[in-house]
Design a protein around this ligand. Structure first.
Ligand code: NDP
Length: 360
């Protein structure tokens, strides 16, 4: 019988979420006759995974006694890539060796193995590397839906989107998806010593049309003198993507054209959104939230469609694999002690700047 090792939690810590993670070894009490058995190949450490452990995320898995723990527990992690080990008879769409990702969040992916009762809870993935597949459900789908599902773009015009946190994994995918659709991107990044180097990489490697700093974006003169030159004649800034909040939000909102849309999908600065009142009154600004988790629940078919579209963009070389910038953390399933596994994951949680992806 299979031995599973999972990172699970039974409580929360809003200050240091590594405190609540435990490595747990158990033999699952499900039979391979009734469940699909999955071996984990890779999973990312996303901001929402940490917010769940901190106890500040509205969507969370139920804590259960299914894993032979004393207290009700949940397995950490929302997305990841699995290889199908075995399927019960009756399963038609999957076979051993297939690669799959969970359809919905809260799957519990930080584990050597998982089981799944319904093949319809899994999406088959083919033809992309493990780093891509393991991150497509959250960041890939978020970027794709935000760019594609809200705006009537004119591919022959001078259409723009503006986004803050231009260095984030989501923003890099947004940039590339936009470029493939002939939409220009103005990316705002935090001021830093190596600004030129980072801006150059975002422009040349990822295809951002222009990268500017937060302080430039906040400057009055810059807004009046430089931005119009950057945008060029008849520019339509139709979409602003906000994952920071605070004053950064106000400064990207100001760049939107009449009746432009801001989608807020993250709050990295932990500051409330700030908006100049006049934008709503005189420029018909629209402001909405975006949450891929809810979208997937509301419309699972669209989630599958989105995943397949994003896979196609990766395969066609329109999006670079996240592998390029990721920090790979190798979980040596055969040899690593429980303590070493915990150490590895804690390191991934604490090291910022670039996506941490655990590979098993
Ligand atoms: P990454 O870890 O790849 O990037 C984090 C980004 O946040 C970097 O650009 C970083 O900029 C920036 N950042 C970090 N701290 C601050 C701060 N205090 N003030 C301003 N910027 C900061 O993250 P992801 O791409 O995985 O996720 C990005 C955001 O999108 C997160 O907020 C995440 O929760 C959200 N998200 C939301 C989804 C939804 O459905 N609503 C789905 C997926 C992601 P720097 O380079 O300057 O450090």
């Amino acid at each position: 019988s299979l031995k599973f090792k999972s990172l699970l939690y039974s409580s929360h810590d809003s200050k240091d979420c590594t405190n609540v993670l435990k490595v747990h070894n158990y033999t699952p009490n499900v039979s391979a006759d009734s469940s699909i058995v999955l071996r984990t190949l890779a999973f990312p450490i996303n901001p929402s995974d940490l917010n769940q452990l901190e106890g500040v995320y509205p969507s969370k898995p139920e804590k259960v006694l299914d894993y032979s723990t004393e207290e009700p527990s949940a397995i950490a992690g929302n997305e990841g890539l699995f290889e199908v080990v075995s399927v019960p008879s009756g399963v038609k769409t999957l076979k051993p060796g297939d690669r799959v990702i969970p359809l919905q969040a809260n799957f519990g992916t930080w584990s050597t193995y998982r089981t799944c009762d319904k093949e319809s809870d899994l999406i088959k993935i083919e033809g992309v590397d493990i780093f891509t597949a393991a991150t497509i459900a959250v960041n890939g789908c978020t970027a794709y839906q935000m760019v594609n599902d809200y705006i009537d773009w004119d591919p022959n015009g001078n259409d723009w989107l503006i986004q803050n946190a231009g260095t984030s994994s989501v923003s890099k995918i947004v940039t590339q998806i936009a470029k493939a659709k002939n939409i220009k991107t103005l990316s705002v990044i935090r001021d830093r010593e190596n600004f030129e180097e980072v801006a150059e990489s975002l422009e040349n490697k990822y295809g951002a049309t222009k990268v500017i700093s937060e302080s430039e974006n906040g400057g009055k003169e810059f807004g009046k003198e430089v931005i119009p030159k950057v945008l060029g004649p008849n520019a339509q800034v139709k979409l602003a993507l906000n994952s920071v909040g605070g004053i950064s939000c106000a400064n990207i909102a100001r760049k939107l054209s009449y009746n432009g849309l801001m989608l807020t999908y993250g709050g990295m600065s932990k500051q409330p959104l700030t908006f100049p009142t006049g934008l709503f009154i005189f420029k018909a600004l629209r402001s909405h939230g975006f949450w891929v988790t809810q979208n997937s629940k509301d419309d699972p078919e669209n989630k599958i469609k989105t995943v397949n579209e994003v896979v196609k963009l990766y395969r066609d070389g329109k999006i670079i694999s996240p592998k390029e910038d990721a920090r790979t953390l190798e979980w040596d399933v055969k040899n690593a002690s429980d303590e070493q596994v915990l150490q590895l994951i804690s390191e991934g949680i604490k090291t910022k700047g670039g996506k941490n992806i655990v590979v098993l």
